[in-house]
Design a protein around this ligand. Structure first.
Ligand SMILES: Cc1ncc(COP(=O)(O)O)c(C=O)c1O
Length: 491
């Protein structure tokens, strides 16, 4: 039997002032010692009394740790004979030292599906966010969180079953869908009934679900080029081929799409404010796109991610509102108009697709969370929503103007700004021959984030550029950001 004084005490460095309860530290220390074979299978442990004395902790601390390890199968108790390290732990799970994470990574071709391997290859790196000029990031400092919190607390105090338990409508909270249908009709000329609206986890989920229910290997998809990588990756998941279709001042080049892939199954578009170049799709292009979809039995995915922010006049009518043939799937988000961490967005589905969307959506995580949806419905009904958008539109307009003035002053002739009448970002063309990646890297070292256009493009670009988000920073920060960027580009 292992005596208390031969127990590998070095393992059990308990941090008495730490935040983790002592019994948990003891549990974790013994567990690790077992996994690393410093405590061998079938070794007998000291009695709880002896170990407590030795470590200078209460007996309860040891008893609790032992009980947890017994419950998880690391230890076994033999009646009247004490506590032992389990003799039935599979050899393969025991190792000699903590292996570095890289050694435990799955390798080879077997463990992951084809899709899983693609995911693993593209694991995102978390990057520190700076305030100048991340793309698509709103300023959350101006959100009326006090009003929001009042509504949240009201709902949790009541905690009605329909908001906090299973059994919530997978398509979303009915009053929110009703409020949204009304808002979308008035503000975006979207034609829909509340039954066509499905509340999802941000528009990212809308893009993903569209791929799930419509696309498969062998299908072709018209994809705006340059375009939104979140859409590109989500639409690729089920295996279709994305066909890059160029974009010009009139938006997606529909005739080019017709020439490249006439029988495509879906076209992905951002007609109100092309991401990232900022053009608005012209009316003739809109009609031609709708006509192509009808004639070819194709679908159109309209990603209307930031169109509430239009600075020269009211927001433009949606493409969906022109669609008589019920070919348009309209995706919207609360990320830009409220805050991205809310993770709420919506799909307005053509009637024929509603059921498939609802089931696909419920397979992901049953439904959107109840209380945030109810809060949002009231936020809209009580007028906070339109008030907030109005305020932010003015604020962002000031920031956009600050950016334009600063670019003219510091970078006139070097950086040519694209369309400026909408959204939270602007694209900017660099002089021919510029290395946008090198510029972005040098700018990042000065805490300025810019996105090279080539990162957003599938086909090689004729001319390089940058995307600058102007919404998250104050005018002063914007001016300083442009000064830093100018020093980088000047070189
Ligand atoms: C073009 C476009 N579509 C969709 C989204 C996704 O927004 P979310 O998933 O936060 O709703 C973004 C976010 O930046 C975007 O730029």
């Amino acid at each position: 039997m292992m005596q208390a004084d031969t127990f590998p005490l070095g393992l059990l460095s308990l941090e008495r002032e730490g935040e983790t309860p002592l019994y948990q530290q003891l549990y974790a220390g013994i567990r690790q010692a077992i996994l690393e074979r410093q405590l061998a299978p079938a070794a007998r442990l000291p009695s709880s009394r002896d170990l407590a004395e030795l470590l200078g902790v209460s007996r309860n601390t040891v008893v609790n740790a032992y009980e947890q390890l017994l419950a998880e199968g690391y230890l076994e108790a033999r009646v009247g004979a004490g506590t032992y390290v389990s003799s039935r732990l599979p050899e393969a799970f025991l190792h000699t030292r903590n292996r570095p994470a890289s050694a435990t990574r799955v390798s080879g071709n077997r463990p992951l599906s084809e899709l899983g391997r693609a995911f693993a290859r593209n694991a995102p790196r978390t990057r520190k966010q700076y305030r100048v000029f991340p793309q698509g990031v709103p300023d959350t400092n101006h959100f009326p969180f006090a009003d929001w919190a009042r509504l949240v607390s009201r709902h949790y105090r009541r905690a009605p079953n329909r908001l906090v338990n299973y059994g919530q409508a997978p398509a979303g909270y009915r009053p929110l869908r009703e409020a949204l249908a009304e808002h979308l009709q008035a503000a975006r000329a979207v034609r829909c009934e509340p039954e066509q609206i499905i509340i999802v986890g941000g528009s990212q989920q809308a893009l993903y679900l569209t791929g799930q229910i419509l696309l498969e290997r062998g299908d072709r998809v018209w994809f705006e080029d340059p375009g939104y990588p979140g859409a590109r990756n989500a639409l690729r998941v089920t295996g279709p081929t994305l066909v890059p279709v160029p974009v010009d001042e009139e938006g997606l080049d529909v005739p080019a799409g017709e020439a490249l892939a006439p029988a495509a199954r879906l076209a992905y578009v951002t007609p109100s404010h092309q991401f990232p170049l900022g053009w608005t799709m012209s009316l003739p292009r809109r009609f031609r796109l709708l006509q192509w979809a009808e004639e070819n039995d194709a679908w159109i995915l309209e990603d209307d991610y930031d169109s509430e922010y239009r600075y020269g006049g009211p927001p433009l009518a949606s493409l969906q509102g022109l669609d008589k043939g019920r070919r348009v799937i309209y995706a919207g988000t609360f990320s830009k108009v409220l805050f991205p961490g809310l993770r709420l967005g919506y799909v307005v589905a053509p009637p024929d697709l509603v059921d498939a969307f609802i089931v696909a959506r419920s397979l992901v995580n049953l439904s959107a969370p109840g209380v945030p949806q109810a809060v949002l419905a009231e936020f809209i009904e009580e007028g906070h929503f339109t008030r907030h958008i109005r305020r932010m539109r003015n604020l962002y307009k000031e920031r956009r103007d600050a950016l334009v003035t600063a670019v003219e002053a510091e970078l006139g002739g070097l950086l040519e700004l694209g369309p400026l009448d909408a959204g939270l970002h602007v694209s900017a063309w660099l002089p021919a021959g510029s290395d946008a990646e090198a510029i972005a890297g040098a700018a990042l070292a000065r805490e300025v984030m810019v996105t090279p256009l080539s990162r957003l493009a599938l086909a090689p670009l004729e001319r390089e550029g940058l995307v600058l988000g102007f919404a998250a920073a104050t005018p002063q920060e914007i001016r300083e950001g442009v000064r830093r960027l100018a020093r980088v580009i000047d070189r």
